[in-house]
Write a protein that binds this ligand. Sequence first.
Ligand code: ACO
Length: 311
Amino acid sequence: ATADEPVSFAAVIADDGRVEPRDEMPEGYRRTLVRQIAQHAHSEIIGMQPEGNWISRAPSLRRKAILMAKVQDEAGHGLYLYAAAETLGADRADLLDQLHSGRQKYSSIFNYPTLTWADVGAIGWLVDGAAIVNQVPLCRCSYGPYARAMVRVCKEESFHQRQGFEILHTLSHGTAEQKAMAQDAVDRYWWPSLMMFGPPDDDSPNSAQSMAWGIKRFSNDDLRQRFVDMTVPQAEALGLTLPDPEIRWNEERGHYDFGDIDFTELFEVIKGNGPCNAQRLAHRVKAHDDGAWVREAASAYAAKQSARSEG
Ligand code: ACO
């Protein structure tokens, strides 16, 4: 094809190329990306709440500064992702409206409470660890703006994962009470972290098409296995136990075996029946309403600036 002869969508996908905002694309591809990117963006900003809960109670000034920076990173990821969705013609206000009215989803994991300081460590280590495993392949997503956003997001997530590991390492090598607190956090966050990867492959309605389009590069179950394989040795290094007696190395498969996941719990949480769904959404809606004056002031200022530059 020459410069004025657009390469067809099918050819770009077949060639493992990148689709850019102005390229032609099937409506289903556009819709799937808006769905996934919006859910991803919503997860980032709802994900600020469980950890935000501990900013005022972090055990030292250093821990507090690190946690504040981390929660701000999540806000940044959300903004980045909303901008990526906008390149597909989505309207940010409309996406937020769909989140607030429960028509669009966000990750199940953020509907669990953060009961102790150790939960901040478990979220960094397990939740951000799972996010990295899921998102590194998205750096090769066929849609250019999403793929490029993921590069920076993954670098920051690696720092988050590391700080979570370090919190748990400190607690695990502290007093008996601190170690017990770390173990309790891991016990509560382990199974929900495995659920982050989504339903099993044979119960994942979107996977086949998303993989054919190069949006997803690996299946939900493949990524979940990769996460288990990565995490088991890290748990050993921490001196903590994963709450699954069936975890053992399988020489034949070259992977760790693990126990059955209770997917009814995942589906219940997705439906809105998790421990904190109502609280998370109510808090988000209130923050949005409280911020209305900022959005209005910013729009009025922008309108004034553009009227001035035209005049
Ligand atoms: N929490 C909430 N909803 C979920 C979850 C979950 N853990 N897993 C799957 N779902 C939803 C899917 O969004 C889909 O719903 P929809 O069709 O109404 O949109 C439905 O369950 C069926 O699942 P799949 O067919 O497997 O959906 P999909 O192909 O989109 O795969 C996945 C789900 C793996 C989460 C994918 O969307 C993805 O990789 N998203 C990008 C990463 C992301 O959003 N991460 C957020 C958490 S990490 C963080 O923010 C720190």
